[in-house]
Design a protein around this ligand. Structure first.
Ligand SMILES: *Cc1c(COP(=O)(O)O)cnc(C)c1O
Length: 401
């Protein structure tokens, strides 16, 4: 039997390293709530800029390979202290989610399809070998945090509390390995409408040289490492006078996404119906839950639910298919391109006004008030569901205080 000596005292090997100990799972019922003594002043809604104001509290829980998931805490929002060598700084072991808490006219906070965010987070975490956790427990912690932060959800149409669940690898070593230490946390930012001046159409610059994602890559996961490489092309697009990049891929220059939103085109058919098209989930596309919700709502119209403002006789056909730049120009030249719009949690639905591509410029049809009829119908229906004014398939989950 070997012994080691600490401060001169013999320590039996195996005694100092209790290998038989069971690793703890994430358990929301153990949460310790430590409320701040200094509540912040909630800024007036008209002063809110996306992502710039954080609420009073955050969820935080750590994982280490010996004991597993620790005691979850809800505690005052504040800095985290980390070893400079740790995994997230060196190897970008970081996953995030973007979701919102809404409050409707009845004052009850709600989440929109949160189990989809949890399922996606689980897949992202697995992709970069961060420690797994029970996402149902994380959702309980998120609900508890939202209930505590309810005064931060502006009770004004189009406003919400943006939630940013995050997990980072905190293994303190520059060795190139999976991180077996992690911190999971959730922060909240009150937000107003993404486009404060109303739904102003965005302009896109089509980029094929720097790609956002590629077959076999990580584009379908919400990994932080997917975003940093998009900032430089976005800067070039901004210098050319465009709001965001349209991310192309392949010899055929097909569209994947734009900015950090999913892409849709609406095209008129000979029979008067409309084709609503979006690229298929082939591994290069982030599977947005707004995208999935748009597909479900368009598929349900007009038989199961009527989308607002659209004529009941207007038939819509969803297609998940490749869309090339050549397709977009061909539809535009033929006069059948009706709308281009982008979807995602932050802006919900945003109209696209023009697309710059090499030396050419594609003008999407302009619509009174910014959004075209299909985009407008989807925006109104989605925001009504989110604020609890319209019930659809249990998408909206109320939070009991
Ligand atoms: C988050 C995100 C989206 C939108 O996803 P939602 O779940 O609808 O918010 C689309 N594309 C990218 C690249 C994203 O990161």
């Amino acid at each position: 039997m070997t012994t080691s000596h600490t401060n001169g005292a013999p320590v039996a090997n195996g005694f100092a390293h209790p290998v038989a100990q069971k690793i703890a799972e994430l358990d929301a019922s153990k949460v310790v709530v430590n409320l701040t003594q200094n509540l912040k002043t909630v800024p007036p809604v008209e002063d809110l800029v996306f992502g710039q104001t954080t609420s009073d509290h955050m969820v935080m829980v750590s994982y280490n390979p010996i004991t597993g998931w620790g005691t979850p805490e809800i505690k005052p929002y504040g800095p985290i202290s980390l070893d400079p060598s740790c995994s997230v700084f060196q190897y970008s072991t970081s996953v995030f989610e973007g979701m919102k808490a809404y409050v409707g006219p009845d004052g009850t906070p709600r989440l929109f399809r949160p189990e989809m965010n949890m399922a996606r987070m689980k897949r992202s975490v697995a992709r970069i070998a961060l420690p797994a956790f029970d996402t149902a427990e994380l959702l309980k912690l998120i609900k508890k945090l939202v209930a505590i932060e309810a005064r931060w959800i502006p009770n004004v149409k189009g406003h919400s509390l943006y939630l940013r669940p995050t997990i980072i690898g905190t293994r303190p070593s520059i060795g190139v390995h999976a991180s077996d230490h992690a911190i999971l946390y959730v922060i909240c930012c009150p937000t107003g409408p993404y486009f404060r001046t109303g739904p102003k159409p965005v302009s896109l610059y089509a980029v094929g040289e720097q790609v956002r994602s590629w077959p076999g890559g990580t584009g379908e996961f919400k990994l932080s490492l997917n975003y940093a490489p998009t900032f430089y092309p976005a800067q070039l697009a901004a210098e050319k006078g465009y709001d965001q990049c349209l991310w192309l891929l392949g010899q055929d220059q097909h569209v994947t996404e734009a900015g950090a939103m999913n892409f849709f085109a609406v095209v008129k058919r000979d029979d008067g119906d409309l084709d609503v098209m979006t690229p298929p989930l082939d591994g290069t596309i982030l599977p947005g839950l707004t995208r999935a919700s748009v597909i479900a709502l368009v598929s349900a119209h007009p038989n199961d639910i009527l989308l607002p403002h659209l004529p009941p006789a207007q038939k819509l056909h969803v297609h998940e298919r490749l869309i090339t730049m050549a397709d977009l120009f061909a539809w535009s030249d033929a006069g059948t391109l009706a709308e281009i719009f982008l979807v995602g949690t932050a802006a919900v639905v945003a109209a696209v006004g023009r697309v710059g591509f090499e030396a050419r410029e594609l003008e999407a049809p302009r619509h009174e008030g910014g959004l075209g009829p299909v985009a407008k119908a989807l925006f109104d229906r989605l925001t009504d569901i989110q604020e609890g004014k319209f019930e659809f398939q249990g998408w909206c989950v109320p939070i009991d205080a």
